[in-house]
Every structure is written in C-alpha cells, then in structure tokens.
Ligand binder design. Structure first.
Ligand code: HGY
Ligand code: MN
Ligand code: MN
Length: 437
C-alpha cells in the first residue's frame, strides 16, 4: 500500500465518511418506497429508477465528481477527465430493484462505490489507477426482462442482447432508455475494451443466510452462479368462461400452470439444476370470465455448472413441446438472457481478505447464489465481490436488512481493497469464466 495513506504504525489513516454513507442509503431508500408494504419498487428504466439515477448524479456532482450516462443507460462517475489508455479500478452495482424489494440490494454497492471514490478524491491521493463508480442499468430485469443489460453493454456482449428489447407488456425499450439518457442505436459506444479496467470490485449484501449463521462479518465471493432467464409466450384461444365447454379449450392459463409445475419438477425432483423458478406470469386479458388467450411467463434457472444449466434448459424445452402438443396451444421462447457462472479473481480474493484482516473482521469464502453484474464484467476484467451479512438471510422483500455496523464494515473493506489495487501498478490475475463441476 502506498505510504500516502499510512501513518507510523502502518495503520490506515484514510477512512470513509460513515454518516454520509448511511445518510445516502436512507435518502435513496425513500425513492420508490411503498409506505403500505415498506418495500422498494424501482424497476429498471421506470420513473422511480430515473428518480434514483437523478439522486445519484446530484450526489456525485455535489462531491465534485463527474457523472455521465452511457448509451446503455449506465451511470459512470469519474474523478477527472479520463486520460486515454489509463486503466481504471471500477466499483459499483445497480440502483434498480425487483418489485416490492429491499433498500440495499444493489443500492448499497453503488453508494459505497461513490463513497470510496469521493474518499479517494478528498484525500488528495494520486492512485496509479483512477477509481470509477458505476451504477449498471437494469440489473434485475424486473420490467424489461433482459437482466444485466448495462453490464452486458459495458462488457461488449451486445450480440446476446435482444435487437428490439421490450418490457413484459410488449413496450419497446428505446423510449424509456432515451429518457434515462441512453441511446439504443449507439449501444456499441458503451463498451469498455478488454484491458481498460484493471479490476472490478462489487460490494453487495449476501442475500442468503451463510454469514449470519457462521458469524463472519465479511464474505469473500469465490464463484457466482450462472443464470438463464427465458421469457415464454403461450398462445391459446380466448373465450367466454361460461359458454365455452371444457372440451376443446386451448386455455393459455392452464397451459402456463403446467409450465410452472414442470419448472419446479425439473429442479426439485429431478435435480437437473440447483434452482428453477417461474417468478412472473402475465395473462391476457386477465379477466375473471374470459379464458386466457395468451400468457407470458419467465423461467429463471441457475447453477454453478454450465453443463447442468444447459441440460436443464434442454429438458425444459422438451417439456414445453410435450405440453404444447397436449394442450393444443402454441408455446414460444420469445426472449432469453444467459450469464455464465464465473469464478472471481484469486488475487482480488486475497486483497479483500487482507482488507478484512486489517480491520480485524472475521471473514469466509463462499459462492453467490444470486447473480451479479460482476459475472458479466468478468468477461473483460478480473472481478472481486465482497458480501456483508443479510439479517435473516432474506432479500428481494421489504424486510431485507443489514446491521449498520456491517454496512460500514463492508465499505471499509471495499476502501482498503481499492487502495491496494488502485495504488499498485499490477493487474490482479483474472478468475475463469466457466467453473464446471
Ligand atoms: O436475481 C438475482 O440473482 C439478482 O438479484 N439480480
Ligand atoms: Mn437482486
Ligand atoms: Mn443485486
């Protein structure tokens, strides 16, 4: 670590501003908050998401930093006019949420990244690598079902993004993206070339029970699960629920119900992948006395092995064909997003552990069952992830929470790790992007 930030006994003099970080977390949590349920709803590219983005950019400007929005809608916060060819240390996460989700998933990592970049700037440090904070657009895919939209653009994975992205109601992304400051026709300009990011660090809540159960304060993420999201459209025949005999119906709703149970069966009973979930079902016309004509639903399947994911998807597609024949409906996969399982950088794991040790924080290594932008950025840079405990191990619900002292501990480990990486002139070794069994 450079001596710019160390005093006599090697103790780090630099620290985050704890009150400022906690204040921002509280302020951001008011945007998209539902008073009745206590949950947060800021689907990617929704009006609430735009409000959150405006808040972040205001905070960045007030801190004397330089926020901008790229063509994919990612917010990139820099400390100075970028010198071409400089390798940066990127840190961040996402501002968008699921419907009625929690206040920390994504938001915590973005605000901690802002806090670390601001702390660097205020210290007068001259790091080898410029620290950059990023809020990736539409990580959750809650409205526009292309999760990891922003990180895929930054990683240059444009071929895997749909040409005409639409939300669950069939509305095109182009206008919503434009309102967020992006430009669907210029997505290529959002790409960062391989080698331009010396490392990417993401601080995130664990969203599971492991750290709380073991008593570790910091999680050092070794691998991130792979994830495939399929949007399936069932096309049947709408009709009067009272006058249409049961025989001869092509009911899109009962067909969708068969698909929901097939997904559960493939994961729970046949164990073809770790989890498979139908989280969204959109019937049309969705009225009590009309047989559903169409139903759109999403299937989310995950595993840390690409082979098991491929096998499970193949089995599901075969079952869709069987169900299609049995129900006389048409079943089509209309959108798909895939992100491979990745392992994180061993060098960054060691740097995170050193940061936790320097603060006397018990830590452990663990895999992530949740997907994260880090697994996409891993295409172009070594990545490291830091977890803090989730109270009750829950997330994607209003009760999602983490103790304030753990929120601050995570941000301090992020700062120490960032100092170690940004102030030394070497690129940590990357992980590999397809851990298999
Ligand atoms: O779904 C996930 O794993 C993450 O929260 N986007
Ligand atoms: Mn999430
Ligand atoms: Mn998240």
């Amino acid at each position: 670590m450079s001596d710019q930030v160390l005093e006599r006994d090697g103790q780090l003099t630099l620290d985050i501003d704890p009150d400022r970080l906690l204040r921002r977390i509280t302020e951001l949590a008011r945007i998209g908050a539902d008073q009745a349920t206590g949950g947060i709803t800021r689907e990617g590219f929704s009006a609430a998401d735009r409000q959150a983005r405006t808040y972040l950019m205001q905070q960045a400007r007030a801190a004397g930093l330089l926020p901008s929005v790229d063509a994919a809608g990612n917010i990139v916060i820099r400390t100075a006019a970028a010198e071409s060819g400089d390798q940066v240390l990127m840190m961040g996460s996402h501002l968008d949420t699921v419907v009625n989700g929690g206040r920390l998933d994504g938001a915590y990592g973005v605000l901690a990244a802002l806090e670390v970049v601001q702390t660097f700037t205020e210290s007068g440090l001259k790091p080898v690598h410029e620290p950059v904070a990023v809020a990736f657009a539409n990580e959750e895919g809650a409205l526009f079902p292309q999760p990891f939209w922003g990180s895929m653009a930054i990683a240059g994975r444009l071929a895997s993004l749909p040409k005409d992205p639409r939300d669950h109601h069939g509305r095109p992304l182009s206008e919503a993206l434009r309102q967020a400051g992006g430009d669907l026709d210029a997505l290529g300009s959002a790409c960062w070339p391989p080698g331009s990011i010396t490392a990417y660090l993401e601080l995130h809540i664990e969203q599971g029970p492991v750290l709380e159960r073991s008593g570790s304060r910091i999680g050092v993420v070794e691998a991130i699960t792979g994830r495939t999201v399929l949007t399936v459209e069932v096309r049947g025949t709408a009709g009067h629920s009272g006058t249409s005999p049961m025989e001869g119906r092509h009911d899109a709703m009962t067909t969708a119900a068969r698909i929901v149970l097939a997904a559960e069966h493939l994961a729970r009973d046949r164990r073809l992948c770790r989890v498979m979930t139908v989280g969204r079902v959109d019937p049309y016309p969705n009225t009590p006395n009309t047989i559903a004509g169409t139903v759109r639903l999403t299937v989310d399947l995950r595993d840390t092995s690409v082979w098991r994911m491929a096998g499970a998807e193949e089995a599901l597609r075969r079952m869709l064909q069987t169900i299609e024949a049995a129900t006389g409906t048409e079943i089509e996969v209309v959108a798909e997003t895939r992100s491979d399982p990745v392992s994180t950088s061993p060098g960054l794991c060691a740097a995170i552990e050193a940061g936790a040790d320097g603060l006397g924080l018990p830590h452990e290594r663990l895999p992530s069952g949740a997907g994260h932008d880090a697994q996409v950025v891993a295409d172009i840079a070594p990545v490291g992830m830091i977890f803090v405990p989730s109270l009750g191990g829950i997330s994607h619900v209003p009760q999602e929470d983490t103790a304030p002292e753990d929120l601050l501990a995570g941000a301090r480990v992020l700062l120490r790790t960032a100092l170690r990486v940004a102030c030394t002139d070497h690129t940590p070794p990357a992980g590999h992007s397809r851990p298999v069994d």
